[in-house]
Design a protein around this ligand. Structure first.
Ligand code: SAH
Length: 232
């Protein structure tokens, strides 16, 4: 069975978005994954099709209603559906490559895209939504966050990336940022490719790459080194 994404959103036209092009787009055509946007507004019950209301306790903005969102989730994901239910949210656990891999190994995901100030807490609790953040900044809605999450998942699905090796040596896969890359021509604007990469000594090349990866990680993301001690 291929990876099946259902996305609950007020903007179904945003899907598959950029995932309709390039590698993900070809994989979508082949049926390696599928994308089923669900219009949240279709589950509104009043005559104005309201999906949101003012925050209890006062304050700015609007909140997505628990009854409307609950009905949309139940219709999209019946109790026997084993897919995880995710809510894109800046309050969520920051997304990691490890979580992306777990999701790619599973049957798919039901993804709720927030809007306005967010969603009524009662539906997060009752439908057991896992809040997922794509970083410490605020977007205007969950849709671009869902597209980013799906992009990261889809490239890991079997058969999607041409070269099966690509994907295991990337940044974060071994707790380090990736080493720098070079390609022909050998010299650009007076700058040569490092000698070691042209010598053909694979042991020396691997050692150089590892050293560069450790240096970049120490400089830019010391938190990664603390999270996962280096083996040697
Ligand atoms: N008031 C909220 C922000 C709402 S932004 C707060 O302060 O936490 C509106 C919607 O955009 C959110 O409900 C969420 O679905 C989405 N969103 C915004 N930033 C995001 C992020 N960093 N990661 C994932 N989703 C995000």
């Amino acid at each position: 069975m291929s990876f099946h994404a259902s996305i609950i959103t007020l903007y179904p036209d945003m899907f598959p978005g950029h995932l309709g092009a390039s590698l993900a787009g070809r994989a979508l055509e082949r049926g390696d994954w599928s994308c089923d946007p669900v219009q949240l507004r279709d589950f509104a019950t009043d005559k104005h099709s309201n999906v949101d209301d003012t925050p209890a306790g006062g304050g700015a903005g609007m909140v997505l209603r628990a009854d409307v969102l609950g009905a949309a989730i139940d219709a999209t994901s019946p109790p026997q559906d084993t897919r995880p239910r995710l809510l894109m949210s800046p309050r969520g656990k920051p997304l990691t490559q490890a979580r992306v891999r777990q999701l790619a190994d599973g049957p798919g995901a039901v993804i709720v895209c927030g809007r306005f100030e967010g969603v009524d807490q009662r539906v997060i609790d009752s439908r057991n939504l896992e809040e997922v953040s794509i970083g410490d900044y605020i977007l205007s809605g969950g849709e671009p966050a869902a597209l980013i999450l799906l992009d990261a998942i889809i490239r890991l699905l079997p058969g999607v990336m041409g070269n099966a090796e690509s994907g295991t040596h990337e940044s974060f896969e071994d707790g380090l940022l990736e080493h720098p890359h070079f390609t022909r021509p050998a010299e650009v604007e007076g700058v040569a490719i490092p000698d070691v990469l042209r010598g053909g000594n694979h042991k020396a090349i691997n050692a150089w790459r590892r050293e560069q990866a450790e240096r970049l990680t120490a400089e830019r993301r010391p938190d990664l080194l603390r999270a996962k001690p280096l083996d040697k």
